[in-house]
Design a protein around this ligand. Structure first.
Ligand code: UT7
Length: 329
């Protein structure tokens, strides 16, 4: 029996807002159509957070469910990592707000900004802390409230994104299950392909930055698309190779949900059958760092993701960043 010390996801929780915005609703706001959105992206609807609620509200809901499922109490957490680009405030970190909400008195807490790769980056950091012996139990969250940073007059972005949160309790194990390999990367030369230009130290918020709408997401969709198709295949193959596997060995590839055409292209290049590459972009849109835990939770609840399954979690996004984690579930 393999007794290597590893970290494993012991519980998953999710939270999505109740409010649904369909493509038909968007047709009334911007010059778009259900047909364009479905054929170009695969998205039919997305969730949008109600006024008065924020990132930490979704994070807390997902975290409590993940803790329940893992059978752990907040006081047993030693670290809280929140992968997000839509924190409650520029600072302090949403992870600290969450630490207080949960009463996780023994946990260090910080946010991690890696765009849509946030969950995978954060999971890898938690894995390092756990395997090094620095900590036993970590809470990793991927959460976004993208509806608050998109320009609802810009049809090229506002149709794409949705709000949601996914939480994973990660814990040390010698059971033979857990994380087998990771493969993370970045290429900052593509930083301007997907960004919010305003509100930081380059262009501090001013009347001018607001008039120029610099506080909203700007994206070069075509370039990100090309990057994504290339990097997902490379990243998945590297990840598998590091642990001595091939795509045919995978029970599940949990892929970032940015565009159904990206998912399908990667799936076909890797020659993985559709039932092993779950999709929920039709119902949630691109929820950035929340997308992968949302997918995992659905497969668990459906009874398809079982202990012992070989799973890859692969994402890409702003930075540019990309990353994958391979685990025995
Ligand atoms: O999570 C990581 C970050 N994001 C991504 O991974 C996104 C990656 N990129 C994409 O998913 C795709 O590039 C998009 C869905 C964003 C765009 O699809 P596309 O097939 O690359 O379309 P396009 O940008 O080349 O635009 C084609 C046409 C343009 O019209 P013209 O110039 O051909 O007349 C756009 O103005 O579609 C137009 N268009 C729209 N039409 C109706 C762009 N957005 C819309 C819209 N409704 N919402």
């Amino acid at each position: 029996m393999d007794r290597t010390t590893r970290s494993m996801i012991a519980g998953i929780g999710v939270a999505v807002p109740r409010k649904i915005i369909t493509n038909y609703d968007l047709e009334k706001i911007v010059d778009t159509s259900d047909h364009w959105i479905v054929t170009r992206t695969g998205i039919k609807q997305r969730r949008v957070l109600e006024k008065g609620r924020s990132n930490v509200d979704l994070s807390e809901q997902a975290a409590r469910e993940a803790l329940d499922r893992a059978g752990l109490k907040p006081e047993q957490l030693e670290m809280i990592l929140v992968g997000t680009i839509t924190p409650d405030y520029p600072f302090p970190a949403t992870a600290c707000l969450l630490q207080a909400r949960l009463g996780a008195s023994k946990a260090l807490a910080f946010d991690l900004s890696a765009g849509c790769t946030g969950f995978v980056y954060a999971l890898t950091v938690a894995d390092q802390f756990i395997r090094s012996g620095a900590c036993q139990n970590a809470l990793v969250i991927g959460v976004e409230v993208l509806s608050r940073i998109v320009d609802w007059e810009d049809r090229s972005t506002c149709v794409l994104f949705g709000d949601g949160a996914g939480a994973a309790v990660v814990t040390r194990t010698n059971s033979g299950r857990g994380i087998l390999s990771f493969d993370l990367g970045s290429d900052g030369r593509g930083a301007e392909l997907l960004m919010i230009p305003g509100g930081g130290s380059s262009f501090p918020t001013s009347r001018e930055t607001v008039d120029q709408k610099l506080h909203y997401v700007k994206m070069n969709g075509n370039e990100i698309f090309k990057f994504a198709v290339r990097v997902v295949e490379e990243n998945t193959l590297n990840l598998l190779k590091k642990a001595g596997f091939t795509p045919a060995d995978l029970d599940f590839l949990f892929l970032h949900q940015a565009n159904l055409r990206i998912i399908e292209s990667a799936r076909k290049r890797l020659k993985i059958p559709p039932e092993r590459v779950p999709v929920n972009i039709d119902r949630y849109g691109n929820t950035s760092s929340a997308a992968i835990p949302l997918l995992i939770k659905e497969e668990m609840d459906a009874g398809r993701l079982l202990p012992g399954s070989l799973v890859a979690m692969v994402a890409f996004g702003a930075g540019l960043t990309w990353g994958g984690v391979l685990a025995t579930w």
